[in-house]
Design a protein around this ligand. Structure first.
Ligand code: C2O
Length: 561
């Protein structure tokens, strides 16, 4: 979608908003047709799975308080489900979307209507396919406008643009992942990074494939930036222009100014940019952050910020991005993120913790006689590699079906060890259980989860995403978490509130949330590579004291398995 269309649609929506006399929520309806379309990038064309033939897919524009119906019809050869990443889906896991967790996928030729309310949230989120690697091309933005009569807690921007950062493979991604699994190795890294589906002019045959926005001197722009990449954390910057961060994961932050942002797969970041430089053409650029010895696609995607009246013939300059392994930039950037915590948007951080969880993140290698090295790479939480079930976990929980999962996921790793010490090539007895093991959480209890990276095979940064909730990132550090010393350093006043957080390479992150949303909620690394290897589990949050605090009945058209 071009910037012009974005401007037009937003303008249209805001005019409609001001003219409308009714302050009540609206019903917004969308039709998503999953279709295969031939798309050309980097000198060749290939069929990709899309929504409505668009790449990236259509933006879902809603207003806080709206009810949204999105009918998804699957015309592709792959079974499909769509996740509305960051929407809390209160009591309504049926609309959450992760395949085999809250629903069975929509089979070829079938439809399912995602029916949900947008309550108590405003800002930028996104939607994506939640099965295998299909989200590489099946994704789009969700823009939640504040309630009518409510403004942003920052100066009103003149215009807004969505920037979806992605990864492009010249091959069919489903073949790429199959190949990796067969060899037991990471599949080939992506061939390009993209901004709104386009790699920009640093790539061959990409003249036509450059995204550009036009700005006017003196005006202020809100950029809604989404990292839709499968496996890469990214830096993003605009040559010559400061970025003011005002929101992450659809929660307002204390504004701060920076030359570059860091954004992990799954995360969103809203920044204000003032067109206050000499009228010219400037590159916007995105490139990975990787401070572990892991190979990554280090190519730079670019798009153009062009002042009105400047001819297309002028060659823009690249911004200075932090280097690939700039750990200090990453730590420093993350430490600047603070919730706005204003009277209108308070940070309701749980101060008392009912349940303490400590999960270790491990990469490992299991024996595999048919694989290239005789081993297959795998990943685990508390030494457990999660296997996907054949039917939806939420249905199994709701209907009390036996033999689908167990509720004995351990609160701690089986044996403590020096998590981030010398590399441990041994596997420490990682188990693949036959049934998925989940963790039962009491309704409305407060939970603290410490995610600890380990040096099994290699340390690495892992963006963890929790479905059904936002959480507060109360603390984070390098090395092993120290339960005696580290909690004293927590920020319990204005920590960032988000749905996806990067656990630093060889470090830990502590998050807190109140389990007030009953259902089965997936928690996983948002690097698709690691999710596929088993770096995931789910919380079963029990029903509350009455039907008003319990899981809603399933919709009639919930896809069968
Ligand atoms: Cu954005 Cu479980 O995913």
């Amino acid at each position: 979608m071009t910037g012009e269309i974005n401007i037009f649609r937003l303008f249209f929506l805001s005019v409609m908003g001001y003219l409308s006399i009714s302050a009540t929520a609206e019903l917004k309806k969308y039709q998503f047709d999953i279709q295969v379309k031939n798309v050309s990038r980097l000198c060749h064309a290939k069929p990709i799975v899309t929504v409505n033939g668009m790449f990236p897919g259509p933006t879902v524009y809603v207003r806080e308080g709206d009810r949204v119906l999105i009918n998804v019809t699957n015309y592709a050869q792959y079974n499909m489900s769509i996740h509305w990443h960051g929407l809390k889906q209160y009591r309504n896991g049926w609309a959450d979307g992760p395949a085999y967790v809250t629903q069975c996928p929509i089979q070829t030729g079938q439809s399912y209507t995602y029916d949900f309310n947008v309550t108590g949230q405003r800002g930028t989120l996104w939607w994506h396919a939640h099965i295998s690697w299909l989200r590489a091309t099946v994704h789009g933005a969700i823009v939640i406008m504040p309630k009518q009569g409510t403004s942003y807690p920052f100066p009103q921007p003149d215009f807004e643009f969505n920037l979806l950062l992605g990864e492009w493979w010249n091959d069919d991604v489903e073949e790429v992942v199959k190949q990796g699994n067969k060899l037991g190795l990471p599949p080939k890294t992506s061939d390009a990074h993209t901004i709104n589906g386009k790699p920009g002019p640093l790539f061959l045959c990409s003249e036509k494939h450059t995204y550009a926005i036009e700005v006017e001197q003196g005006k202020t722009y809100l950029l809604r930036i989404i990292n839709a990449a499968l496996n890469d954390e990214l830096f993003f910057a605009i040559n010559g222009h400061k970025l003011t961060v005002v929101e992450v994961d659809a929660v307002y932050t204390k504004p701060f100014s920076t030359n570059a942002i860091l954004i992990a797969p799954g995360q969103t970041t809203n920044v204000l940019v003032r067109a206050d430089q000499v009228p010219d053409r400037y590159f916007m650029a995105a490139r990975p952050f990787m401070d572990a010895p892991i190979s990554v696609d280090n190519k730079t995607a670019t798009a153009i910020l062009q002042y009105k009246g400047i001819p297309n013939t002028i060659v823009p300059k690249l911004p200075q991005l932090p280097s690939l392994n700039d750990t200090n930039f990453a730590l420093n950037y993350n430490s600047k993120l603070r919730s706005l915590n204003s009277p209108q948007f308070p940070a309701k951080v749980p101060l008392k913790v009912d349940r303490h969880l400590f999960y270790t993140i491990g990469l490992g290698a299991n024996p595999c006689p048919t694989c290239q090295n005789g081993t297959r790479l795998t990943a685990s939480l508390n030494n457990i590699t999660f296997l996907m079930p054949q039917i939806g976990l939420l249905q199994a929980h709701y209907y009390n079906l036996k033999g689908v999962f167990t509720m004995d996921f351990p609160d701690h790793p089986p044996t403590p060890f020096n998590y981030t010490g010398a590399p441990l090539t041994a596997n420490l007895g990682t188990t693949v259980s036959n049934l998925p093991r989940l963790s039962k959480i009491a309704f409305n209890s407060t939970v603290e989860l410490v995610l600890q990276d380990t040096n099994l095979l290699s340390v690495e940064s892992h963006p963890f995403h929790l479905h059904g909730y936002n959480f507060f990132v109360v603390g984070s550090g390098i090395g092993n978490f120290d339960p005696n010393k580290d909690p004293a350093k927590y920020n319990l006043v204005d920590p960032p509130e988000r749905n996806t957080v990067g656990v630093p390479t060889g470090g830990w992150t502590a998050i807190r949330f109140r389990a007030d949303n009953p259902g089965v909620w997936f928690i996983h690394c948002h690097l698709e590579l690691h999710t596929g290897w088993g770096l995931k589990t789910a919380f079963v949050v029990e029903n509350g004291p009455s039907p008003d605090y319990s899981i809603l009945p399933p919709p009639k058209d919930l896809p069968p398995c």
